[in-house]
Design a protein around this ligand. Structure first.
Ligand SMILES: *Cc1c(COP(=O)(O)O)cnc(C)c1O
Length: 403
C-alpha cells in the first residue's frame, strides 16, 4: 500500500506517483505469456516517457517503441540498446529519419510509400542500408474509442495490403532498404480479442505471400493497445492474447515484437490532488481541486473514466459532485456526478489509472507548472521529476522580451 498522505506531505500537490513494482509485474506477465517463442516487448515510450520509468523497463530487458526522435533519444539516455529501438509514426521528418539511421536502431516502421522513398533517399545519402518494417492497416474495427482507433482505412495510420506488398517488393530491390519486419497497431485500450486475431491473420497471410516471392521477414510486430481496467471493463488476459497471436503463425519462424504502453503503466500511476473548495451552483455541487486538465487531460479529451478515492476524515454520506480544476475551461473536469462525501480544504483525492497518457499529455496552459513525478519501489519513494517553477515556464520567452 502506498502512503499517499505521506507523499503529499513530502512532495506537495498536484503530484504523479508511479508504482514501479506494479510495472515490473505487468511486464513479467506479458513477457511470460510469449514464453517459448522469440519475443521483444518494446515499451511504447509515449505512454509514460519519464526517463526513470523508461530506464526501469530498460533494466527489465525491454526495448522501446518511439514516435519521435525525441523519444528515440530518451530511449538511448535510459539505456535501451540500439538493437531494441523501433521508430514509428506517420509523419517523420528528414532530420528524424537521418538520425534514426545514424543511430542504427532495430528498424523504422514506415507508414506510407512517400515515406519509404524518403527513407531510401536518406539511407543512400548516408551510404548505408536502413532496416525497415511496414505498417499495414488491416481495416479492422478495434471497437474502441474513435480517437484511439487506428486500424481502419478511415484512420491516417499505415497502408493497405496491396500497397504494402508493392512497398516490400520495392524495398527488397533497393540497395538502401532492408525489409525485415511487418507491423500493425489497430488501436489503444483494446478489450476484445477478435479484432486483434483477425488483423494478425491478415498480416500473417501477407508474410506468407511475401515469403513465396523470397521476401523473408524476421519480425512480426503486433503493436500495442492491450486494454486495462479503468472501471469495470473486461480485459484481455496476456495468455489469451499471446495464444491468439501464436495461432496465426503456424509454420512461420518470426520474432514477435509487442509494443505495450498503457498495459504496463496505466494502473501503476496515481494522480494526487488536494481539495481547495466546495461550491454549489443551483442543483450542481462542485469540488474544486488544485490539479487540472493541464495535468491530466484524459477526462476532457476522451471523456475518460478515472476512479477517484478521497482521503478524508469525513463520515458523511456520499453525494454526486463534479470534480473540477482551476483552469478556465468548462472541459476542465476529472469526473462528473461522482459519489464523494463532503470534503474539507486540503483533503486528498487519489485519481487512479493515471500512469499512461497522463503527465506526458500535460501542458503549461494557464501558466501552470507541470506536476512533480515520484516513483515508489520496494516501499521507498523518490523524486523522478521536479515540479516546474514559474521560472522554468517563462525561460524560453524571457530573453526575447523587448522593453
Ligand atoms: C501508441 C502506440 C502504442 C502503444 O499503445 P498502448 O495502447 O498504450 O499500448 C504502440 N504502438 C504504436 C505504433 C503506437 O502508436
Amino acid at each position: 500500500m502506498i502512503n499517499f498522505k505521506q507523499l503529499v506531505n513530502e512532495y506537495k500537490t498536484p503530484l504523479y506517483v508511479y508504482d514501479l513494482d506494479y510495472m515490473t509485474s505487468q511486464y513479467n506477465a506479458l513477457k511470460g505469456a510469449f514464453k517459448g517463442k522469440k519475443s521483444l516487448l518494446a515499451y511504447a515510450v509515449k505512454a509514460n516517457s519519464n526517463l526513470s520509468v523508461v530506464k526501469h523497463f530498460a533494466d527489465l530487458g525491454a526495448g522501446a517503441d518511439c514516435v519521435s526522435i525525441g523519444e528515440v533519444r530518451r530511449a538511448f539516455l535510459a539505456g535501451i540498446p540500439n538493437y531494441k529501438i523501433i521508430f514509428s509514426g506517420v509523419g517523420k521528418s528528414d532530420d528524424e529519419i537521418r538520425e534514426a539511421i545514424e543511430k542504427d536502431i532495430l528498424y523504422i516502421n514506415v507508414e506510407s510509400e512517400a515515406e519509404l522513398g524518403r527513407v531510401e533517399l536518406i539511407a543512400k545519402e548516408l551510404n548505408t542500408s536502413c532496416r525497415i518494417s511496414i505498417r499495414v492497416n488491416p481495416n479492422i474495427d478495434p471497437k474502441t474509442h474513435p480517437y484511439i482507433s487506428t486500424g481502419l482505412h478511415a484512420n491516417k495510420f499505415g497502408v493497405d495490403l496491396n500497397t504494402a506488398k508493392r512497398m516490400y517488393i520495392f524495398a527488397n530491390n533497393s540497395q538502401n532498404l532492408d525489409p525485415i519486419g511487418i507491423h500493425f497497431h489497430i488501436g489503444s485500450q483494446l478489450t476484445q480479442l477478435d479484432p486483434i486475431r483477425e488483423s494478425a491473420e491478415i498480416v500473417a497471410d501477407l508474410i506468407r505471400s511475401l515469403a513465396s516471392i523470397k521476401i523473408e521477414l524476421k519480425f512480426f510486430d503486433i503493436g500495442g493497445g492491450l486494454g486495462v481496467q479503468y472501471k469495470d471493463e473486461k480485459t484481455i488476459l496476456p495468455y489469451d492474447y499471446a495464444q491468439a497471436i501464436f495461432s496465426t503463425l503456424t509454420a512461420l519462424d518470426l520474432t514477435i515484437v509487442c509494443e505495450p504502453g498503457r498495459f504496463l503503466t496505466a494502473n501503476a500511476g496515481y494522480f494526487l490532488t488536494k481539495v481547495l473548495y466546495e461550491k454549489q451552483n443551483g442543483d450542481k455541487k462542485f469540488v474544486i481541486v488544485d490539479g487540472a486538465m493541464n495535468d491530466l487531460i484524459r477526462p476532457a479529451l476522451y471523456n475518460a473514466y478515472h476512479k477517484i478515492e478521497a482521503i478524508t476524515e469525513s463520515v458523511l454520506e456520499p453525494r454526486k459532485v463534479d470534480i473540477v480544476g482551476p483552469v478556465c475551461e468548462s472541459g476542465d473536469f476529472f469526473a462528473k456526478d461522482y459519489l464523494l462525501p463532503e470534503l474539507a480544504h486540503n483533503d486528498i483525492l487519489v485519481i487512479h489509472s493515471a500512469g499512461s497518457y497522463g503527465f506526458g499529455m500535460g501542458s503549461n496552459y494557464n501558466t501552470r507548472g507541470r506536476s512533480a513525478e515520484v516513483a515508489v519501489q520496494d516501499g521507498k519513494a523518490r523524486l523522478i521529476r521536479r515540479r516546474e517553477s514559474f521560472e522554468d515556464i517563462i525561460a524560453l520567452e524571457l530573453e526575447f522580451l523587448q522593453n
